[in-house]
Design a protein around this ligand. Structure first.
Ligand code: PDD
Length: 278
């Protein structure tokens, strides 16, 4: 398999990053995950705009290949013979001495890699997921798509060990998002509710597209936090992300409470989203 690292396409086994890279020493880094469907990268411009936002907010210099990213992403898919899969982009500041505020003298590190993705073929897409609702222990700049992912890894591992498929986080205002997805609720009267974009959640590309598609299809979309009571009254809950697409939550555990959901509206939205992808 071929990856792109700092200006070159190389075999993944030959890819090397300095132990003094601030991505390693300080956990400083941002990333994007896009999907390719039939060779076309979905919502590419939105992902690149979010990459720019993350770089700017984190104070990381854009890599010198910034203006060529779209071409490089298509190139890496072609070189690995992938038409349907994911493309991963990571940028870190590059290397400095171990000093909290040192500014790198050289280029930012850029890694682009690719691999297969199940997308609409996944078990979760077809059958839905069981999720555990846990407190959001992440930082307060969740709009930055940082590689500093320990809270998500820890929460998701704990949930998997307890027999669940994923996690939904909550803070003082209600549900924030999934461990790597946005959360929607379908109300009893068929409206969609999802948390408004702020520093508290990632502005999901799939979320934003789905809102547009739902409105185009005559649905009502309300952007407000989903409260704990809402979870009990909701007709359906679903998750969106580039790799999940639109995944129904069929059962949710919140403290002592277990709630089950139907997924008729979510199935309809899956159909609308799949049509958008192809
Ligand atoms: N995660 N919220 C969080 C915390 C995420 O990590 C993601 C994506 C999303 C959904 O964003 P989008 O629809 O743009 O993919 C929301 C990717 C898929 C990942 O970490 O693998």
């Amino acid at each position: 398999k071929v990856v792109f690292l700092n200006g070159r396409f190389i075999n993944e086994d030959e890819a090397m990053i300095s132990p003094f890279d601030r991505g390693f020493t300080f956990g400083e880094g941002i990333y994007e995950v896009c999907i390719s469907v039939d060779g076309k990268i979905v919502d590419l411009e939105d992902h690149l705009a979010r990459l720019d936002h993350s770089l700017e907010a984190a104070g990381i210099n854009p890599p010198p290949e910034r203006s060529m990213l779209s071409g490089l992403m298509h190139d890496i898919l072609a070189r690995n013979s992938i038409e349907n899969g994911f493309v991963y982009i990571q940028v870190t500041p590059g290397k400095t001495p171990r000093n909290f505020v040192a500014l790198p003298a050289e280029r930012s590190t850029l890694l682009i890699s690719t691999g297969p993705a199940q997308l609409e073929g996944s078990k979760a897409f077809k059958n839905g997921m069981r999720v555990q609702v846990l407190p959001d222990i992440r930082w307060k700049r969740r709009d930055i798509k940082t590689t500093m992912l320990m809270p998500q890894v820890m929460a998701k591992r704990a949930a998997l060990n307890a027999g669940f498929d994923d996690v939904i986080f909550y803070d003082d205002l209600g549900i924030t998002e999934g461990s790597s997805s946005n959360v929607f609720m379908v109300t009893a009267d068929g409206a969609l509710v999802t948390r408004p974009v702020s520093h508290q959640i990632l502005s999901g590309c799939t979320r934003n597209t789905l809102i547009e598609l739902a409105i185009l299809n005559g649905m009502t979309v309300i952007e407000r936090p989903i409260s704990h009571d809402d979870l009990s009254n909701a007709k359906e809950i679903f998750l969106t992300s580039s790799t999940y697409l639109v995944v129904p939550v069929v059962e949710l555990e919140f403290g002592e409470k277990a709630i089950t959901y139907s997924c008729n509206e979510t199935k309809k939205l899956q159909g609308i989203y799949i049509k958008y992808l192809h």
